[in-house]
Write a protein that binds this ligand. Structure first.
Ligand SMILES: [Zn+2]
Ligand SMILES: [Zn+2]
Length: 393
């Protein structure tokens, strides 16, 4: 049986915003010798530009963190030198050609397999298991049957790991699975948990109460169809060398499937503030997800107030339940911030429908003036939001 594994205890580095900053540093240092120099060429740039610790200082960054770069498919070491992948360039790029978190994770899902070239267990003879495809296929099967889908960690071991699924099985197979006695042993459970949290940065998954939830509206057949394509393992000729294999996996070619098709049906005056079509889709999905809304408001204390006008919708309209909307400060990125201990909703804000429209309007003007597709950092996004708040009458 194939063990399901993941890097453990370093969730911060897998947070998409952080990963993007790491990717930017690595792209700038592409080709640098990481084997021979006495001074680590990666450390200073990574520490200063990402604000993440790359401890301990007595080891090179590559020695202790290469696993993260490899699991995330951003870089490998070829002939003693740092080599970044195409996907690394895609997430580092903030312009129109760059990728957001949904595009990135949709790229990773059909490519990540065990035994992984990020680990020492890597070999090309064993049958491959695509854990992200297995999970997503299970959720899609459930969703098609019930219109709703979720899976816990224990169920993952019992139904998916225990039944030796590889990810290539037809969706229907997942409807007739029998439970097994398989349980996560030792640190396995924690590793799979962190893998789920990494994956749940996408707008189509959520992580809540130790459960991975498929966040798709019932009736959204187009998205379901797309996700089925994304959850199809890409089986290509492997490289014997694990570093070369990482570079191959991170190659962006015409096999890439974009997560969401178009927003042609969205109204023009909708809650849109960026011109980039792809970000807009992720952003709209995020702010309109009823699941996210429930999770977010459950994390706040009562009474719920609009963050801008401080009005309580329940006082004003006592017959309504909760009219506040969810506003996501950093649209290009993941809605849920990974922290050392789990997830937080720090980048979400409750707004009344009027203030929400007005903020998006402010963003649109600001981005147009600055000729930016999106805010480049969360700090910039927050400061523009506060600017709008201060100018309120
Ligand atoms: Zn308001
Ligand atoms: Zn918003």
């Amino acid at each position: 049986m194939m063990r399901w594994r993941w890097d453990q205890g370093r969730l911060d580095y897998f947070n998409f915003d952080n990963l993007r900053m790491i990717a930017q540093v690595l792209v700038a240092l592409n080709g640098v010798d990481i084997q021979t120099p006495r001074i680590d060429p990666l450390r200073e740039a990574l520490v200063t530009q990402t604000s993440l610790p790359f401890a301990p200082n007595s080891y090179t960054v590559w020695r202790n963190y290469a696993r993260i770069f490899k699991w995330t498919m951003v870089a490998a070491r070829i002939d003693h030198r740092l080599m970044v992948t195409d996907v690394c360039r895609k997430i580092a790029e903030l312009g129109e050609e760059g990728w957001g978190v949904d595009e990135y994770l949709s790229f990773i899902i059909p490519r990540l397999y065990y035994p992984s070239p990020a680990t020492q267990q890597y070999n090309v003879t064993e049958n491959k298991v695509f854990p992200f495809c297995v999970i997503l296929r299970f959720l899609l099967a459930q969703f098609k049957q019930r219109g709703d889908a979720s899976i816990t960690l224990d169920e993952t071991f019992s139904y998916l790991v225990g039944n030796n699924l590889t990810g290539v099985e037809p969706i229907e197979t997942f409807l007739t699975l029998q439970p097994t006695a398989q349980k996560g042993r030792g640190d396995e459970k924690r590793q799979v948990r962190e893998m789920f949290i990494f994956l749940a940065q996408s707008s189509f998954l959520k992580w809540s109460n130790s459960t991975l939830i498929l966040d798709v509206m019932s009736g959204d057949d187009e998205t379901i169809e797309r996700l089925e394509q994304i959850a199809s393992p890409l089986i290509l000729t492997q490289n014997l060398d694990s570093d070369a294999e990482i570079i191959r996996l991170g190659t962006v070619d015409n096999s890439v499937i974009q997560p969401f098709v178009s927003v042609a049906r969205e109204k023009q005056d909708d809650l849109i503030f960026t011109e980039g079509r792809r970000i807009r889709v992720t952003h709209l999905r995020v702010e309109r997800s009823p699941k996210l809304r429930r999770m977010f408001f459950a994390s706040l204390s009562l009474p719920y107030l609009c963050d801008m006008c401080r009005e309580s919708m329940n006082d004003r309209y006592p017959w309504t339940d909760n009219l506040l909307e969810v506003h996501h400060l950093l649209p290009l990125s993941s809605v849920i911030r990974l922290t050392r201990t789990g997830t937080s909703f720090d980048d979400l804000i409750p707004l009344c429908p009027n203030c929400h429209k007005a903020v998006h309007n402010y963003y649109r003007t600001w981005l147009r003036t600055e000729r930016q597709r999106d805010f480049s950092t969360i700090i910039e996004a927050k400061s523009v939001y506060n600017e709008a708040k201060e100018q309120m009458g």
